[in-house]
Design a protein around this ligand. Structure first.
Ligand SMILES: Cc1cc2nc3c(=O)[nH]c(=O)nc-3n(C[C@H](O)[C@H](O)[C@H](O)COP(=O)(O)O)c2cc1C
Length: 185
């Protein structure tokens, strides 16, 4: 999309950006964390390997999410890669919020590194410690982890965005606090 600037151009650019992101059809994962005994987790499409040696994995958490608030107070994250058969987990973690109820009463899990909840049904996972955090002012915060434990038994058929796009998110990215600080208001 090119041409003169203006509201309609912005809208067109946003729509093209959305179409491009959907066409890439990223795999889906559930990120979990814990701080002071409070567990959190959400479905994510924004995640990737971002270094080989040392190994690094990155996830982006929406500032609107309960999981983001807990992750900011935690050093550990577990990233679980969903199989396309795991629709129920995708709905639980992507369609409901820890602000309303405890998701971990509705699924099987066991405490892992520093107590982070590890989903029993998800043997393909990266459990790691945070090594970097980037908030560049957008609606998601970037969290880079160093993998401490990796599960890779094989046979994963990844759930994709196209399998989960109809799930209504527990929080929309637009729900992030606005203004972002009390003084900005
Ligand atoms: C298909 C799909 C992809 C999503 N991708 C992300 C993502 O990359 N990062 C994120 O923080 N939330 C993402 N979400 C939103 C959260 O999973 C959702 O708002 C969740 O209910 C938040 O739960 P929480 O408030 O307990 O953290 C996605 C949701 C869906 C349905």
């Amino acid at each position: 999309v090119s041409g003169v600037s203006g509201v309609s151009d912005d809208t067109e650019r946003e729509e093209a950006f959305g179409r491009l992101a959907s066409a890439l059809d990223p795999p889906m994962a559930v990120v979990t964390t814990v701080a002071d005994g409070e567990r959190a987790g959400c479905l994510v499409g924004f995640h990737a390997q971002c270094s080989v040696a040392p190994a690094r994995y990155v996830v982006w958490l929406s500032k609107a999410n309960h999981t983001h608030r807990i992750a900011m107070r935690s050093e550990v994250l577990a990233v679980h890669f969903l199989d396309r058969s795991q629709r129920e987990l995708a709905e639980l973690f992507g369609g409901t919020s820890g602000d309303d109820h405890d998701k971990f009463e509705r699924c099987e899990w066991a405490p892992g590194l520093d107590g982070v909840p590890v989903l029993t049904a998800c043997p393909h996972h990266v459990i790691g410690r945070r090594v970097a955090l980037l908030d560049e002012g957008s609606d998601h915060v970037c969290v880079v982890v160093h993998p401490v434990e990796v599960g890779a038994p094989g046979g994963l058929q990844p759930m994709r965005l196209s399998d989960a796009a109809d799930i209504d998110p527990g929080h929309e990215a637009e729900e992030r606090p606005a203004p972002p600080t009390e003084r900005a208001g």
